[in-house]
Ligand binder design. Structure first.
Ligand SMILES: *Cc1c(COP(=O)(O)O)cnc(C)c1O
Length: 466
């Protein structure tokens, strides 16, 4: 009863809107949004009335409404510090684009572009023309096309080559990439019949030959990106498989997954088969991703035989899976960087991060540790420590990279969880990894120490966890 009487003193919506504190919010969010937020705050107060005498005035209600609008207005896709140690982190958006790609994308967003328009003839052009020649040049393939991502590229290639027919694949290559990408499921959706050959650890040429026949649509080879079978193993390589496919008169589709256009050992990484090598070995079509080792936007490529690419382009699915002008612009700009391999690591952020040496990261960690310790809540200890980064996205899963990081430990486990949550709540969220009773911040992907420390200075007052 007392509460209800007290609520009568609650300011009316108009009074809150007229409060000085509402001014900036009205400018930023507009009258309709602010009015709705004020009503919401008033309803919240009515639903759970405070003690008599603690009723907020118009300014306090305005401040609460403004705070809620501010929080809601913040992008959920804002930049984070990826200190997880996984460079191509699928959940954090994989590759970081090169400046040239960013500029090209911005231009394509802002202006009309000749997306499907041939500037020489004034006639209709093709969207793929922006990357076709580049891809041919960089991979040695006869022709190329590009779609939404590599999962789409595989789906489209399988459906085009093998709809209603058999797709022959080794039992050792029926991978799950994560999420819903499992090769047998994709094959079913592509309309091909999965014919497994060999065993988990060993598949021989005779296993493929035994099942090839009039019902065969294609042979599929899949790069086992995210795991490796070791020990008593046998696999039919791309070259030998191409010969078997040619003999039987069926196409070979090689899904390289990450796929790289350059020899990564040049940048201190383990060697991966390049797309050019897969093409030269005789695969009829090769599929790979745009945002894994290639370092571009999300995309999936299909390169290979001209007649098969033409068939893919006639498939109605192609239209459903095509790229927009923004990504196409970024992709073409990324591919152009590959024409100058000597300066690739300088220009391609993902490659630059992957190629960073442990000594450089160690110096960074030792420099940052004391400054970080001062910004963290009391009770949290910080030490520089050696760690290992991963390439991520299934590329070279066993070849971790020596790195350095900061090990944050707390007296109690729950303090550590709270610290991790507080770091995630920063203006620019900091994402590390909880491991061995500590929060590890791998510094491989940290390129702006000053921005990192400024961001952390927002931590102190609100989130004392010790
Ligand atoms: C990553 C991967 C895919 C899926 O590629 P996305 O670009 O993520 O769609 C398919 N096949 C293999 C072997 C992969 O590694």
């Amino acid at each position: 009863m007392a509460d209800r009487a007290a609520l009568r003193a609650l300011p009316a919506v108009d009074r809150v809107l007229a409060a000085a504190g509402c001014g900036p919010a009205l400018d930023r969010f507009g009258r309709a949004a602010v009015t709705a937020a004020v009503r919401e705050v008033l309803a919240e107060i009515r639903a759970a009335p405070p003690a008599p005498g603690a009723l907020p005035d118009a300014e306090a209600v305005a401040a609460r409404a403004a705070g809620q609008l501010e929080a809601r207005g913040r992008s959920t896709l804002r930049a984070v510090f990826n200190l997880t140690g996984t460079v191509l982190h699928t959940n954090l958006g994989r590759a970081l684009l090169a400046e040239a790609a960013i500029e090209a994308a911005v231009e394509a967003m802002r202006d009309a572009v000749a997306l499907e328009y041939d500037l020489d003839t004034g006639r209709r052009g093709e969207r793929d023309d922006h990357v076709r020649d580049l891809l041919r040049e960089l991979t040695g393939a006869e022709d190329a096309t590009v779609v939404n991502n590599n999962a789409a590229a595989v789906l489209l290639a399988l459906n085009t080559l093998g709809d209603g027919r058999d797709a022959v694949v080794s039992r050792g290559e029926l991978i799950e990439i994560g999420g819903a990408f499992r090769m047998p499921d994709i094959m079913a959706r592509a309309g091909v019949r999965l014919v497994e050959v060999g065993t988990t650890n060993r598949t021989h040429p005779r296993d493929y030959r035994a099942v090839l026949g009039p019902g065969t649509g294609l042979i599929l080879k899949v790069h086992t990106s995210n795991y490796r079978i070791e020990g008593f193993t046998a696999e039919v390589g791309g070259g030998a498989l191409a010969a078997i496919a040619r003999e039987a008169g069926v196409p070979l589709l090689n899904d390289l997954g990450s796929g790289t256009l350059v020899d990564l050992s040049r940048h201190g990484l383990a060697r991966e088969p390049t797309v050019r090598e897969a093409v030269a070995e005789g695969a009829d079509l090769v599929t790979f991703s745009g945002d894994k080792l290639l370092g571009g936007p999300q995309a999936g490529f299909v390169v290979g035989r001209r007649d098969l690419i033409a068939a893919i382009n006639r498939n109605p699915m192609k239209r459903a899976l095509r790229l927009d002008k923004i990504r196409l612009a970024a992709l073409a700009a990324t591919l152009r960087l590959y024409r100058d391999p000597d300066r690739l690591a300088e220009r391609l952020p993902t490659l630059r991060l992957l190629a960073r040496g442990a000594a450089e990261i160690e110096a960074q960690a030792r420099g940052l540790a004391p400054a970080l310790a001062r910004l963290l809540p009391p009770g949290i200890t910080v030490e520089a420590c050696a760690c290992r980064s991963q390439i991520g996205s299934g590329a070279l899963p066993l070849d971790t990279l020596p790195s350095y990081g900061l090990r944050l430990s707390a007296p109690r486990g729950r303090d550590l969880e709270a610290l991790a949550a507080a770091l995630r709540a920063l203006p620019r969220p900091v994402i590390g990894r909880l491991r061995d009773g500590a929060l590890l911040l791998d510094l491989r992907c940290l390129t702006d120490d000053a921005a990192f420390l400024t961001n952390l200075s927002a931590l102190r007052p609100a989130h004392d966890v010790a």
